[in-house]
Design a protein around this ligand. Sequence first.
Ligand code: G3P
Length: 217
Amino acid sequence: MKFFVDSADLEQIKYLNDIGLVDGVTTNPSIIAKSGRDFIEVIKEICDIVEGPVSAEVTATEADAMIAEGRTLRKVAPNVCVKLPLTMDGLKACKTLSSEGTPVNVTLCFSANQALLAAKAGASFISPFIGRLDDIGLDGMELIEEIRTIYDNYGFETEILAASIRTVGHIRDCALVGADVITSPPNVIAKLADHPLTDKGLDAFMKDWAKTGQSIL
Ligand code: G3P
């Protein structure tokens, strides 16, 4: 399963990338606003750090303007992936841009039917939002399972990019269900390494080693 970092925080992206935990990056207008950075500049800097796909989202809502923005974003770096909202205009822009060879990440997906449309429109990635479904008492993981089944039934090559990840449990469940990618805030990825028994065991090893009076170097 590929790990994408859902952030525009360059330091946190670099930290995880140095550990080999970054297969790509996703951003959205809210993440860019939070960064306080110039959109094109920060996307360019992220693309210089990360080899994998870097999602940059259009801000237009009408197909022709989405296509124009997508073509502009695509020129920023070879690994830019254009992010489009799951609307009929977004699907029209997806069909056009993907037919030109531009990788497209269709975002704001909340139903299996929406994911089916994105695959038929040629999306490289579909971004179903787990956390936001959970927030309203629905089962975000159930959507991932439904999309996995539908895509496998018909051999769609669109990759399931599970988004709106809030917990390490979401990441585990996505791996169990067979999502192709998760995109997660950096802090949740870092939490994957945490376990109290690991801490307790390491502490015991260090105390016992100290008793030997030895050192390796
Ligand atoms: O990539 C989509 C993600 O940023 C949405 O996450 O937590 O705002 O639902 P969240």
